[in-house]
Design a protein around this ligand. Sequence first.
Ligand SMILES: [Zn+2]
Length: 290
Amino acid sequence: MYNVLKRAEEINVGEPWFKVLRLPNDVFSIQEPRHQHGVISFLILGSRKSILLDTGMGIRDMSTIVDQLTDLEVVVVNSHTHFDHIGDNHRFSHIFVYDDELAVKRLTTGWSNDELQFDVSHDSFPAGYPQGFDQKSYAIQAVGREKIYLLHDKDMIDLGNRTLQVLHTPGHSPDSIMLLDHMNRSLFTGDTFYPDWLFAFINEAWGGSDLKVYAKTMQELTWLIPELDYLYPSHTKPLADPAVLDDVAKAFEIVLNGEEVKYELIEMNGQELKIYYFDGFAIVTQKNAC
Ligand SMILES: [Zn+2]
């Protein structure tokens, strides 16, 4: 696998919480590496407007970073509604999300401090808490229903000189989407694929995972591989080689079919989980999922 990250250049935005890279095809990644999730949002520039794919954890103000990178109108698209992707939604006026009742409910209620306890432990921040961060009051703010616009599978989002297509890709969560930029041979994969532990165990209250559905989604994506040069994943590393999608699809089949494969039992946030290791990524399921 060639090193696609060689194509990235770091931009100094004067805010150490964020790491910003200029990536191929007029895309910036806005990463939050000082939290263990290392979540990545993307600013995708068109000629008339731009998409901010996700708004991170809401710990520092992402809108000030976006303002440095573009003068264009910015619309937010949420890859799904887990807390670490919607934290700064409230700072923007147009939020696009997949048409799913629970997703809309989540956006309009936010995430409470109670729900986020596991993610604000001191251990979650490898370099310690950022200055001014209060783990006892941290929560994700709600947005008004009037700011929310619904997306459907195969919808097209026109940015002027480029058009992105919405792909509904459930499995990690029911409201997960990817954005396909066919002309630029690029796929923004959200949390459905990134080169790390893939979460196929999330419980229902959190926008639940479904292993079978996840496997089907990955299988269906393999036809796209010849059409792609870049994946832009939402955690760990902002660029990946599309060929890995074939390995991921095969890995899900192996896990689902209960084939012999190396795994470990782990406990995470009070849940018993199984982690299956593959080359460059892993699949994490509920202990009794299969
Ligand atoms: Zn997620």
